[in-house]
Design a binder for this molecule. Structure first.
Ligand SMILES: [Zn+2]
Length: 389
């Protein structure tokens, strides 16, 4: 899958890749606060010979690699990305421990291990360009350490890449998750914050006045009576609720977070329609106020050329198979691919490590799996280069 030179390069930096992972994993990077990791990635790339690296307005670190003679023209591009943000709000360095083969740190796998694999591959490209041993073919690639994949990051980084380069993008590959899995379709979602306000009052003296918590509870009970539509898997969830003042106060305020998901646009619309009808009915009551804020929206897949999508999947599937000795599990997912897929750009999400506990503080990576992740990243990226002797 790789030539001898590339194999030797990866062999020579196995230990260094682990050290890089350990350094990166400790740098805090909550969604929308990725600046420290962005600076680290830009500097690391520059120190390792990458030219033209920049950080865009969304805090994506972009390393563009075009063929020289095509630089000015709008050449077709393939994007390889791994996200810098983690779900943990910490602004202090994240706690990391190494026990045998396990590197344990919040966010170490999702998505720091994949980000490490992307950086190690990017350095090989930078060296090859400098030494004249690699030449981009068919346009070029963008290697991107992107921001805002998790929760309230709302795919900010991926949106910005598609806004800036969408017309040129031929394919989009994000490295996110475990080696034996591919996300091949997009699960779309919408996330709302609902707030209810009432007059409130004393629990005894003003008994009978509307209670914001009771009204919210009634709304939630009705939301849970919505039958999920047929066809593609469709889910909903109330994930947080808060409100009220004290045990002897008629609550004046309550709020909650609600989301629904599906990989079918029709089903997502069905959930939206039913949700909005209940909101409309609640708003019709004169003794309460209801406000609604859209806090997240991830689109479903759009009109992607089936053949082009299958071609991309085959290329990635085959590489993963060569590495792990079996077919990866394929499913729909909510990833950075949602944005390009919604725009009709063939996309896939592949993984670069083995580990566990993603999105928990007990998250870990199996250290000896990272070399396979580096190999996957480099072998995919090298498909876009000619080797010069
Ligand atoms: Zn992730």
């Amino acid at each position: 899958m790789l030539d001898q030179k590339a194999e030797a390069y990866l062999k020579s930096c196995e230990q260094e890749a682990l050290e890089l992972l350990i350094r990166l994993a400790q740098i805090p990077a909550p969604s929308n606060r990725e600046e420290k990791r962005a600076v680290f990635c830009r500097e690391w790339l520059e120190e390792n010979g990458a030219q033209g690296v920049y950080v865009d307005q969304a805090l994506n670190v972009i390393y563009p690699v075009y063929s020289k003679d095509q630089e000015s023209a709008k050449q077709p591009l393939t994007v390889y990305a791994a996200h810098t943000d983690v779900v943990f709000p910490d602004l202090a360095p994240l706690p990391l421990t190494v026990e045998g083969n396990q590197i344990r740190c919040p966010g170490v796998g999702d998505d720091t291990a994949c980000l490490t694999a992307l950086l190690i591959a990017a350095r090989y490209v930078a060296r090859g360009l400098r030494q004249g041993t690699l030449k981009p073919k068919d346009g070029g690639v963008l290697l991107v350490c992107n921001s805002g994949e998790e929760g309230l990051g709302n795919l900010k980084g991926s949106r910005e890449i598609c806004r800036a380069f969408g017309e040129q993008m031929r394919e989009f590959i994000t490295l996110d998750g475990q080696l034996d899995r591919l996300a091949v379709r997009a699960v779309g979602s919408k996330r709302y914050q609902v707030e209810i306000r009432t007059q409130g009052g004393h629990s005894y003296g003003d008994f009978g006045r509307p209670n914001a918590i009771a009204r919210m509870a009634a709304l939630i009970a009705r939301l849970y009576e919505i039958p999920v539509p047929e066809g593609a898997k469709t889910t909903f969830n109330v994930g947080m609720i808060s409100g009220g003042t004290s045990v002897n106060t008629i609550a004046q305020q309550a709020q909650m977070l609600y989301e629904f998901r599906s990989e079918s646009r029709e089903n997502l619309q069905y959930m939206e329609d039913h949700f909005m009808e209940l909101i409309r009915q609640a708003r019709a009551r004169e003794d309460m106020e209801l406000s609604l804020t859209l806090v997240g929206e991830r689109p479903c897949g759009g009109d992607v050329d089936e053949q082009a999508q299958e071609q991309l999947l085959n290329r990635v599937r085959q590489r993963v198979r060569e590495l792990i000795g079996r077919d990866p599990k394929e499913s729909a997912g909510s990833t950075d691919c949602n944005i390009p897929l919604s725009l009709g750009i063939p996309s896939v999400c592949a993984g670069a490590y083995y580990g566990g506990g993603a999105h928990t503080r007990e998250e870990f990576v199996e250290a000896d799996s990272l070399k396979d992740g580096c190999k996957l990243a480099l072998s995919l990226i090298l498909d876009h280069f000619e080797v010069q002797d």
